[in-house]
Design a protein around this ligand. Structure first.
Ligand code: NAD
Length: 416
């Protein structure tokens, strides 16, 4: 994890910061400082050559006071218990910020799925689902896609869980293909939500979208869709990065051509109408909006000073370290925090879950309208707190999210 070897400590430090505003009773405050439950499982997988590889898999429920646990599943070599607990805590605050009736979860497998075949990934997913089946279910915990997982992986999880149950359970995961109970609009929901709150920010700062440029780190589910939607809104995308390369063109990149190049070559490297730069260079190159949409800790104390962007919109989870936050605040950079900025995905996941339970599916315009409504309302609520308490947007979002989780935990009380 770039920039931070113990991200959960940062979650705790940030909780301490926010508790200066919330002043929670000590017992309640302490309850919010640890996950409810964590499962670690060994996942044996028969590889295509006949050998068996063992992977470590996790599923963490951080807090479920507000409803069933909700959170993505990640396949990445850096997946660890610490990372899962960190991301499950962020999911808990995020679901509360946008006021959907979920607690926070996260899961994943430490693996490099880019080096595995489709069949190996399928067998690993099915065995992992079997190992976490005791935790997941529409009433208890609903996974979704995250880094290096997609709707096909969700379909395998849904199928494995349904096989265990003996009947179809579409509501066990969100981000599924539409033909088995997925929701229209889910694929682009995180990016749509991000653009909604970004445009609110642009309005708040008195800027015009026509003159704005953006750079995006990460060109997957979130980053690629964000690039396309921002172009439609009139912004110029000048910088892009994926795990292998970073490219920059002050005049603007042709996103359709970049997508085709990435589909053909699996990388941004070698895209001809742009300068090839390093990741660190890209972070410091001129743009108005910087969108981290890849891994944690990419904006850290080493590069925060070099940032020229006026707005950072966090598509990724936990992309900015606490030290970097302080530097950005001093520089007057407006940071739209992850627990608000990338919440559009879980909003439409909530819609998908509701549709699955009701077996009644909505039109796409209905979904887009409701998504925009929820994101705008959350933005305005967070902004009001920020102005009221004279704090940055992350602290304001945490005051709202952690405050709501604390309220639900307190009113439910302690068992027994
Ligand atoms: P993805 O697997 O679809 O794409 C990840 C992208 O990041 C790829 O382009 C990859 O090449 C790039 N990448 C990986 N490591 C990198 C590195 N070190 N430097 C630069 N680029 C790198 O994943 P995604 O679903 O788009 O998720 C991206 C981020 O957004 C994650 O932090 C995830 O937790 C967060 N997020 C995703 C969703 C969602 O709905 N998918 C919702 C909320 C938040």
């Amino acid at each position: 994890m770039a920039g931070n070897s113990n991200p959960f400590q940062e979650v705790l430090d940030r909780l301490e910061d926010v508790n200066r505003h919330l002043n929670l009773p000590p017992a309640l405050y302490h309850r919010l400082r640890s996950p409810r439950r964590s499962l670690i499982a060994t996942i044996p997988v028969r590889m295509d050559d006949g050998s068996v590889c063992y992977f470590e898999g996790y599923r963490v429920h951080y807090n479920t006071a507000r409803g069933p646990a909700k959170g993505g599943i990640r396949y990445h070599p850096n997946v660890s218990l610490n990372e899962m607990i960190t991301l499950a805590a962020l999911m808990t605050w995020k679901c509360a910020v946008i006021d959907v009736p979920f607690g926070g979860a996260k899961g994943g497998i430490a693996c490099d799925s880019t080096k595995m075949s489709r069949n190996e990934i399928k067998r690993m997913t099915r065995r992992y689902t079997h190992e976490i089946a005791m935790l997941i279910g529409p009433e208890s915990d609903i996974p979704a896609p995250d880094m290096y997982t997609n709707e096909q992986v969700m379909a395998w999880i849904m199928d494995t869980y349904s096989t265990i149950k003996g009947y179809s359970v579409p509501g066990v995961v969100t981000g599924k293909p539409v033909c088995i109970g997925g929701s229209l609009g889910r694929k682009t929901a995180t990016s749509q939500g991000l653009v909604t709150v970004l445009l609110e920010t642009v309005k708040h700062l008195g800027l015009s979208t026509k003159d704005l440029t953006a750079s995006i780190i990460g060109f997957g589910n979130v980053g690629a869709a964000a690039a396309e939607i921002l172009c439609e809104k009139g912004l110029r995308i000048v910088g892009l990065a994926d795990s292998r390369a970073a490219i920059y063109n002050q005049k603007g990149l042709d996103i359709k051509a970049v997508k085709k190049h990435k589909a053909d070559t699996k990388s941004l490297a070698g895209f001809k109408d742009a300068e090839q730069v390093s990741m660190e260079e890209l972070i410091g190159l001129k743009c108005d909006v910087l969108i981290p949409a890849a891994v944690e800790g990419q904006i850290n104390s080493k590069n925060a000073n070099s940032i020229k962007a006026r707005i950072i919109a966090e598509g990724a989870n936990d992309p900015t370290t606490r030290e970097a936050d302080a530097i950005l605040n001093d520089k007057g950079v407006f940071v739209l925090p992850d627990i608000l900025a990338n919440a559009g995905g879980v909003v439409v996941s909530y819609f998908e879950w509701v549709q699955d339970i009701q077996r009644y599916f909505w039109h796409e315009d209905e979904i887009q309208k409701r998504l925009e409504g929820i994101m705008t309302k959350a933005f305005k609520h967070v902004m009001t707190i920020a102005l009221d308490k004279k704090v940055d947007m992350r602290t304001a979002a945490m005051i709202l999210g952690v405050g709501r989780v604390a309220e639900a935990s307190a009113v439910r009380g302690l068992y027994p």
